[in-house]
Design a protein around this ligand. Structure first.
Ligand SMILES: [Zn+2]
Length: 439
């Protein structure tokens, strides 16, 4: 009989038996009447407790659907009593508990497991709730219960860490949150709600010991100046590495701005403006990767047969400022790609006055962070993996809409990222003790 119960409900409790009413089925509900008795030991003295009748009302517990029909368990629970004795002076009473159903819980643990398995999917909390015929707030509570599995280890941080921000909308006052990652093995360490200095400080002081923070030797970060003093304070032994993507982005943005400026100069509808609009991607492509072999007809240039490389030449002839910006951008990419410190040095030594006004600011910023860029050449680390993660987060945000609070959002990100350090640690836990995961 027990095999049948475990077969139907997935609950393996040897003392859970089918009650006299057995199985009952209505049009759209299956009811399994169960009775739970067996031996129970006193939590105070450890003696065997006396049976003391049954709980008056059956306990109603939702189980996994059978053949797609919603199923409930109606369980009669044994009551126990331990009368007062010398080594157990108070009278102790207890109600039977079932392996596989948490105390005071009206759904079985395997429903919770099924919900957890659905969390990495891009489905809203509401849809997951509907699929498993529980309420959205139950799904919320299940996510909350995972919080313990997703707490970073307080006394450990990797030798190198990387952080980068991503748009999180209303969860953070600034609209941006932070993702913390190990740039060496690309594992996500955590997601931090806000990127302001104050909240980052709070986060690291609260979650990591001083010893863990001191063990950080390298921090990969964007060029945002206010992070510098913060990083020195939190990780006194760490060297800062400027992230490649953000270095290049500086020159990239200026190049794009000067391109639109040139377009406006020639006026909408002019052939220059159209060509600059049509071939903008060629300007951003690495010079070394530009095709200069294959010719194709270009309507923008009166049907002339040109290679991509010739198209770029013609675009650059339209404005000396654009040419300067292009040259700067390409030199920067090449220096960064080849990790060529001499080339970078020559670029940064260019006089400010020789550069277009918009590039002067970039030049100043890059000079300011020169050591950090050189450091990145030395350690070959960058935030590249975070950028990939950011795209995944965007998808999670879009499809799994309707996050009421940041903690649910954070946990769903961490579950969804297969490379998450925390998922790895919780996976290990599940292997050893399946019950812990569904606490
Ligand atoms: Zn007792």
């Amino acid at each position: 009989m027990n095999n049948l119960i475990s077969f139907l409900t997935g609950i393996n409790d040897p003392d859970l038996k089918l009650d006299v009413d057995g199985l009952e089925e209505t049009k759209n509900l299956k009811i399994i009447h169960l009775i739970k008795s067996g031996v129970c030991h006193c939590p105070v003295c450890g003696h065997k407790m006396l049976k003391n009748g049954f709980r008056q009302q059956e306990v109603r517990v939702k189980a996994l659907p059978i053949a797609n029909v919603p199923t409930v368990l109606l369980i009669r629970k044994q009551k126990y009593i331990c009368p007062s004795m010398p080594d157990c002076p108070k009278v102790v009473t207890k109600l039977a508990e079932i392996d596989g159903i948490d105390r005071n819980c009206r759904i079985t643990n395997n429903i919770k497991q099924a919900v957890i398995l659905d969390l990495p999917k891009n489905e809203s909390q509401k849809d997951i709730a509907q699929d498993h015929q529980v309420s959205p707030s139950t799904v919320g509570r299940i996510i909350d219960s995972l919080d313990n599995n997703f707490t970073p280890t307080a006394n450990w941080l990797p030798r190198a860490i990387a952080f980068d921000d991503f748009k999180s909308g209303r969860f953070a006052t600034s609209g941006m949150s932070m993702i913390l990652m190990n740039p060496v093995n690309h594992r996500t360490i955590d997601v931090i709600s806000s990127r302001t200095s104050k909240s980052l400080k709070q986060y690291f002081y609260r979650h990591f010991t001083r010893k863990a923070r001191l063990s950080v030797k390298l921090v990969v970060v964007d060029l945002y100046q206010p992070y510098r003093p913060l990083i020195h304070e939190l990780f006194p032994y760490a060297q800062i590495i400027a992230d490649h993507f953000h270095i290049v982005a500086q020159a990239y943005r200026v190049l794009q701005k000067i391109r639109t400026k040139t377009m406006n100069y020639y006026g909408a509808g002019s052939h220059e403006s159209r060509a600059l609009k049509r071939f903008w991607k060629l300007l951003l492509q690495k010079v070394s990767e530009l095709d200069n072999v294959r010719y194709h007809p270009c309507r923008n240039f009166k049907g002339a047969w040109l290679t991509n490389s010739e198209v770029v030449d013609r675009l650059l002839d339209m404005s000396p400022e654009l040419k300067e910006a292009y040259d700067y951008y390409q030199t920067l990419i090449s220096a960064i790609d080849n990790e060529d410190s001499a080339e970078l040095q020559t670029l940064l030594n260019r006089k400010l006055t020789e550069l277009p006004f918009k590039l002067q600011k970039v030049q100043r910023t890059l000079r300011q962070h020169k050591d950090e860029i050189l450091c990145s050449f030395k350690y070959h680390l960058s935030n590249g993996p975070i950028e990939g993660t950011n795209n995944k987060i965007k998808v999670i945000k879009r499809t799994a809409y309707g996050f009421r609070n940041f903690y649910h959002f954070r946990i769903r990100i961490l579950i969804a990222l297969k490379n998450s350090h925390l998922t790895v640690s919780s996976n290990c836990k599940t292997k050893n003790s399946p019950s812990k995961m569904t606490a």
